[in-house]
Write a protein that binds this ligand. Structure first.
Ligand code: ZN
Length: 382
């Protein structure tokens, strides 16, 4: 509709117009000019009221027209101190082997660790999470005995990293699946199911061994019932509870997104799957119960894993654990999918890396474990 026809249309719809027209005994040029001017001013008022829909609060663009103002719209903005970088540490000291299903990630031996980490620490890397990968034949058994071997990759790495990077915060994943011959996350009964009591006993011993070696944080990922309480009690007994953080993988869901990780850590189960101890993808209520339980058992940080597909669970964790930091693990499958889609031209890698982590922060996380950490250390500077 053109402006002049809008004016005419509004003049005809003006309820006062007939009265005004009636007041004029004769239709003169002056009358027509005056009617046009009334209609024109009415139209300009009407056009303004149309654009604000009668409510001044409908005007939102001003709040995010500038890039800085856009960043102020987020409750939390990504910073380097929120990031934890996962490291796969092999028992082959000189090894540095790329993991084909996990772009740009390698399995490294102890001798490769410092040269790799030095530039990252210089750029502001604050924290790593360690996963041990025993490659030597004969190291795996039914009890996962090598998990806390003082000469194993994790304990030796903790000591080395504490010594070389005194400001680096060291988290240790605590599980048995990398070290058991059957690849499950605990000790098994004869029927192949997890023996919860024996598993909790063993897992908590491993956690304390990592804490004694100097880990700042132990993070049990095994999902055995009651392991948070058991670890907390053993940390108290060992006199370490005051300075070792206990981060619970409270809501860890089973599913397809761990494939590249299992390639990296060599932790695929030799039979069956983990659906009897990791949470079913639809199990929101179960996740809420696990979060509440682990908070009550003494967890200092609650983790949700995977992240992108479980933003509602991150929001639940933030609601249930509003006084705790919430961590989210953007797992190997999420990372690999983003890489694959970027490679296929679906979107730009960096843009999606930011978008995915901003969503995780928006949902309520304050800590992000991600394979994008080396890139973020550069991107956050630019
Ligand atoms: Zn495990």
């Amino acid at each position: 509709m053109s402006f002049s026809s809008l004016v005419q249309d509004l003049a005809l719809r003006d309820p006062d117009a007939p009265r005004r027209r009636g007041d004029a005994s004769a239709s003169t040029m002056d009358d027509r000019a005056s009617q046009f001017s009334v209609a024109k001013s009415y139209a300009s008022t009407a056009a303004t009221s149309v654009s604000i829909s009668g409510d001044i609060g409908s005007q939102l663009h001003a709040g995010y027209s500038h890039p800085l103002a856009r960043s102020w719209q987020a409750e939390r903005q990504l910073t380097k101190s929120m990031l934890i970088y996962p490291l796969f540490i092999s028992d082959q000291d000189d090894e540095e082997v790329p993991i084909p299903s996990l772009p740009n990630q390698c399995r490294r031996g102890l001798n490769r660790l410092i040269p790799f980490l030095e530039p990252l620490v210089r750029k502001g890397l604050r924290s790593v999470i360690l996963f041990g990968v025993p490659m030597q034949p004969g190291t795996k058994d039914a009890l996962g005995s090598s998990a806390d071997d003082p000469n194993g990759p994790v304990i030796r790495s903790i000591r080395l990293l504490r010594q070389r990077f005194p400001h680096l915060y060291i988290v240790c994943d605590v599980c048995l699946c990398e070290y058991t011959s059957h690849g499950h996350c605990g000790i098994l009964r004869e029927d192949g199911s997890l023996n919860n009591q024996l598993s909790v006993d063993r897992i908590s011993d491993v956690a304390v061994a990592y804490a004694r070696a100097g880990a700042h944080c132990v993070a049990p990922s095994d999902m055995n019932d009651g392991r948070i309480r058991a670890i907390k009690l053993k940390l108290i007994e060992a006199g370490l509870v005051h300075n070792v953080t206990l981060m619970s993988y409270a809501a860890k869901f089973s599913g397809c997104l761990y494939g590249p990780f299992r390639d990296a850590a060599g932790s695929a189960p030799s039979f069956g799957d983990r659906r009897c101890y990791q949470l079913p993808p639809g199990g929101r209520g179960l996740a809420r119960r696990a979060i509440v339980r682990d908070i009550n058992e003494g967890a200092d940080i609650i983790m949700v894993k995977p992240a992108g597909q479980y933003l509602d669970i991150i929001a639940d964790a933030k609601e249930l654990g509003r006084d705790l930091p919430i961590a989210a693990y953007q797992v190997s499958g999420e990372f690999a999918m983003i890489h694959a889609a970027a490679k296929a031209g679906v979107f730009d890698l960096k843009s999606m890396a930011f978008e995915s982590t901003e969503s995780i922060l928006r949902a309520g996380a304050t800590i992000i474990i991600s394979y994008f950490v080396p890139e973020f250390l550069d991107w956050l500077d630019s």
